[in-house]
Design a protein around this ligand. Sequence first.
Ligand code: MN
Length: 287
Amino acid sequence: MEITPSKQAQVGRLQVRRALPRPRRRTIGAWCFADHMGPADVSPDKGADIGPHPHMGLHTVTWLLDGQLLHKDSLGSEQVITAGQLNLMTAGHGVAHAEESTGHYRGTLEGIQLWIAQPESTRDGAPDFEHHADLPRSDLTGGSATILIGEFHDHASSARRDSDLVGVELDLHGDTELALNPAFEYGLIVLRGGVGLGQHRLGIGELAYLEPGGDELVLTVDDTSRLMLIGGTPFESPIEMWWNFVGRSRDELAAAYRSWTDDDGRFGSVASALPRIPTSPPFWITA
Ligand code: MN
């Protein structure tokens, strides 16, 4: 088992703990990015306030523990997400979105946004957006699991997935035994509280990596804890990732950068009052 700390980063106005990617661990299954944001105090007009920005070759998975966000994208979707719901956006060849304040919510905002790399078969395909207000839940010895995507303990989410993977939120108050798929590698991220795994202790912001082959995971829990369990079959190929894009080569990433900077229509437009987010060129491009 590998345990790694998160990296602190800033996204919009929010501090985040970036658990993935790690220098030596780019993907877990197809999962390639995990940002735990907040908890932060937000007001009706001052929240995450992440202006329009593009994505390519990935799905974004947005999950809140507390608060509300307004998702807008270049497909025309406008969707408020609240705690316990899933927003799943598929970028494919290109999409843009913004994550705004709702205009009415005041309180605490806390959540996690994860990215899933799309496989060769869909990564150049059409963008899409799904909102899931009701997700399957499974009772565990020491709490419960909400299945965001994939299958877990005989429950299956209806959310789209393009490869063999699972994403589950665990809400635990006591020791728990989880059944694992031996074909999957897994990552466990603590969002609140902390858990014991054998002789290891995992706290907020830490990621535990479990290689394929295991069929169960025993967690010791002495305080109410919230965790994200992600897993999948090891991804089909290495990926290249830069800014908000996942591809297979630097040329693809550079082309996406130019499309966004030139605003050539590839990523569409988002009906947002927030300014488009610019970026500087990839480091391998010289003037
Ligand atoms: Mn985004």
